[in-house]
Design a protein around this ligand. Structure first.
Ligand SMILES: NC(=O)c1ccc[n+]([C@@H]2O[C@H](COP(=O)([O-])OP(=O)(O)OC[C@H]3O[C@@H](n4cnc5c(N)ncnc54)[C@H](O)[C@@H]3O)[C@@H](O)[C@H]2O)c1
Length: 349
């Protein structure tokens, strides 16, 4: 029985990864860590099936706390590390870069030291982002050889972490892997990000803010396809290498907003959900124009390809948010986090 240590399990992709991995690998265990920041909610993990609960253990922990991390690694032998934990919202990184540098760079450094000290044969997988490559013009796409050229404190902190990960491979021979994925969508995404934000505001007939002219292009991938790719790279990837992951599914932001509006109106029958709610607002500084991923390497070398089509994925995502409006309000208000802190204190199992 293998045990993987997974950081950031109470966030969007981390929680989806836990569900995915427990289901797909019925003899694996997961030791999940999360500091439960505003973006991390244990409610995201409540749907772990009864028969899988004994294979999942949660510890509230801050990856920047070196002695705390050391105690966890000493107590719990693990075979591999999948590192999701991060400050992840670009707008917040513009307001408060320091917390991004701390968690994304120093926290990754602490984890790399733990891997060096405690991982006997396993691998360290750094979950990174296409944003480290910067911005594209109308044509072309990012390959693994594209130079790093980040523009926001968020993407710069992720790029710095990626360089550290590479350095630990080159200097200490640590078996590391880096994945760089495009924009994810799906259940459990904190409603500050584009898709859940637009759904929540539209349902409340509130303005739908769109930066600049709304013509920034992103490549969208269903979160479960990302999780599958991570497992594949973790198991079969070549140590020291980077693997791009993308959906080959480019959309202008304004196109996504209009699509959500039309699906939501259809699903709810509410005619007040319409494009008149859209408001163009002042563009974000340093806003990258276009991201597009060339995922040829993971496709040809590891046999990965997206399995969820965008029309299916976006409709089921919208239905999920419609069915989980209580979750949306809990995580926005921080109500659940406060509940867990009061009931379980700092260390949760
Ligand atoms: N969301 C995307 O579209 C996307 C795309 C590509 C890559 N990524 C990367 O995937 C990872 C997960 O992204 P997400 O969208 O799930 O983010 P998220 O913000 O939803 O989740 C991040 C989680 O990390 C936890 N965390 C933050 N600081 C911590 C700390 N110091 N110690 C321990 N835990 C801490 C938070 O509590 C939260 O649960 C990030 O590394 C991000 O850069 C995200």
């Amino acid at each position: 029985m293998r045990t993987h240590l997974v950081t950031g399990v109470a966030g969007f992709i981390g929680s989806n990864y836990v569900y995915h991995h427990l289901r797909r690998y019925p003899s694996d265990k997961i030791l999940g860590l999360d500091a439960l920041t505003y973006a991390g909610n244990l409610e995201n993990l409540e749907s772990i099936r009864e028969e899988e609960r004994s294979r999942f253990k949660f510890i509230k922990a801050d990856i920047t706390d070196r002695s705390g991390m050391d105690a966890i690694f000493r107590e719990h032998p693990v075979e591999g590390i999948i590192h999701f934990a991060a400050e992840s919202h670009v707008d917040r990184s513009i307001q408060d870069p320091a917390s991004f540098l701390k968690t994304n760079i120093l926290g990754t450094g602490v984890l790399l030291d733990m891997a060096r000290g405690y991982l006997e044969k396993g691998r360290f997988l750094q979950v990174s982002t296409d944003e480290v490559y910067g911005s594209l013009g109308r044509e072309g796409s990012f390959s693994e050889a594209t130079p790093l050229d980040p523009h926001s404190p968020y993407s710069a902190s992720k790029a710095a972490a990626d360089l550290l990960v590479n350095a630990y491979h080159d200097t200490y021979g640590l078996p590391v892997l880096i994945t760089r994925c495009s924009n994810n969508y799906g259940p459990y995404q904190f409603p500050e990000k584009l898709i859940p934000l637009v759904i929540r505001n539209a349902l409340r007939h509130q303005p739908l803010p769109v930066y600049g002219d709304g013509r920034q292009v992103r490549d969208w991938l269903y979160v479960e396809d990302h999780c599958r790719a991570i497992d594949l790279v973790h198991e079969k990837g070549h140590p020291g290498e980077v693997y791009n992951i993308g959906g080959n599914n480019e959309w202008e932001n304004i196109g996504i907003v209009k699509l959500i509006v039309s699906i939501l109106r259809e699903e709810t029958g509410d005619d007040a959900i319409n494009e008149s709610l859209i408001r163009y607002v002042k563009d974000r500084p340093g806003h990258d124009r276009r991201y597009a991923i060339d995922a040829t390497k993971i496709r040809t070398q590891l046999g990965w390809r997206p399995e969820i089509s965008f029309p299916d994925g976006i409709r089921s995502t919208i239905r999920w948010y419609l069915d989980h409006q209580e979750w949306v309000e809990h995580v926005v208000s921080g109500e659940y986090r406060a509940y867990y802190q009061d009931h379980y204190g700092s260390r949760l199992v």
